[in-house]
Design a binder for this molecule. Structure first.
Ligand code: FE2
Length: 190
């Protein structure tokens, strides 16, 4: 593993061991993600840059044995977007190439209940345009709900996504039916 990636992983493990509050974890790790982006060209391999013509692609860089950390590249062609989803954990995102768009949503159910999978009403929140070199973070409880992607008239993008678990599954939301479903997500292991 490249030394900057080794160092980043070591810092992540230390921060997670020392901090239990997600807000504290992401605020400590955000500057390290910013540094990692700047050395990305030196540790990213061709397998980390593999895209998919049909959807955005996730390529695993590392995950730890305890399931408390994972780092992915996400590879975006213009017009590729995630569904509306949450994460169930904290996250730190850094943009290596291009501009990543993030549309957030808030639950505005008449009778709020985080555990309910039906009767969910989402209201659009703010839109973030995260340029190359930019870093964003999120925390759970209440879970961060958003859709992320690249505009049709934009250039392809590549981003790094660090999560507080392996993020193999999360909730996907359907605004029309007011429901959410637990979905497993594919990723390529390198
Ligand atoms: Fe997300």
């Amino acid at each position: 593993m490249h030394s900057s990636l080794d160092t980043f992983r070591s810092v992540c493990e230390t921060v997670v061991a020392e901090s239990s509050a997600p807000s504290r974890i992401v605020s400590r790790l955000a500057p390290h993600m910013r540094s990692l982006i700047q050395s990305a060209d030196r540790f990213l391999k061709p397998v980390h840059r593999r895209g998919d013509p049909d959807r955005y692609a996730r390529n695993l860089i590392f995950s730890d044995d305890s399931g408390l950390l994972s780092l992915f590249t996400l590879v975006w062609s213009p017009g590729q977007w995630t569904p509306i989803h949450d994460h169930g954990t904290w996250g730190v995102v850094g943009v290596v190439e291009g501009v990543l768009e993030e549309q957030s949503f808030m639950r505005v159910d008449a009778q709020p209940d985080e555990d309910r999978d039906e009767g969910i009403e989402l209201s659009p929140g703010g839109l973030v345009l995260l340029p190359t070199g930019g870093v964003s973070t999120f925390v759970p409880q209440p879970d961060h709900i958003h859709e992320t992607g690249v505009a049709t008239d934009s250039m392809p993008a590549l981003s790094l996504h660090l999560y507080g678990n392996e993020l193999n599954e999360f909730n996907v939301y359907d605004r029309n039916s007011g429901t959410r479903q637990r979905c497993r997500i594919a990723c390529r292991r390198t």
